[in-house]
Ligand binder design. Sequence first.
Ligand code: MN
Length: 290
Amino acid sequence: VRLVLFDHYRIGILDEDRVRDVTDVVPRRWHGTPYVMNEFIRRFETLRPRLENAANDVGYRQLSAVRLLPPIPAPRNLLAARMNYPGHMTEMATGLHTPSGVSMDTGRELGFFVKATGSICGPSDAIELPDLPGRSFDHEAELAIVIGREARAVSEGRAMEHVFGYTCLLDITLRMEGMFREERAMRKSYATFSPMGPVLVTADEIPDPGNLDVRLWVNGGLKQNGNTRDLIVGVEELVERASKVLTLSAGDVYTTGTPPGVGPIAPGDKLRMAVERIGELSVPVVARGW
Ligand code: MN
């Protein structure tokens, strides 16, 4: 199933270029709220038999006629893996930001960091860069995991039972440079620094999340071209490890880290990322107006 969230928090099943509105399978008190997809995911196994007929009452919309939102605007947790592709570790180690001679830990040692959920935006939005003279902002294209069943201390072998699906996520980053040493959580959490979506694909459609191309273009030029087979910590192990830190809830998002090729973005740029079998996310970059 390929899901989107659109207009005033309506849930749609994507059917080529049409959207079937299935919002009514979720209890009415969640309608019109940013939590409707979380509640849909929480109930998905019991709702699934009803989805086939659910759209008949409400009807279809053309995809081009709806305003797409981030598929999960308000996850309880937005986690992000660090240093999870060898090629990205190399480029960071050779960059200006890491003192030479310092050995770098991988995502296995480092675990996750947290992005504020307030940084989430969607495919109809723009990345807004704040006015911080002399600073640079990077793109990081990533496969993001969406949690289904609540996960607490799950083993790697059972982790997939807790994965609902996948989506595209851009982990936009204010880089540390020179004297500037801000907290990572803040550098990653400016408003609009987590564009997500537009499509949330259920896990049954992705037989091997460990073999998906992840690509990103800036103004049409290919900048990142990786594959999740190079993940240092794969999807199952990420879920296992995070679930031993805290309880993961339906709708939580865990972005898996970025392949090499990260680079600066500026107002006027157009970013496009694609994850194989999942979809494409395109967003412009603008100067923040506030
Ligand atoms: Mn990242």
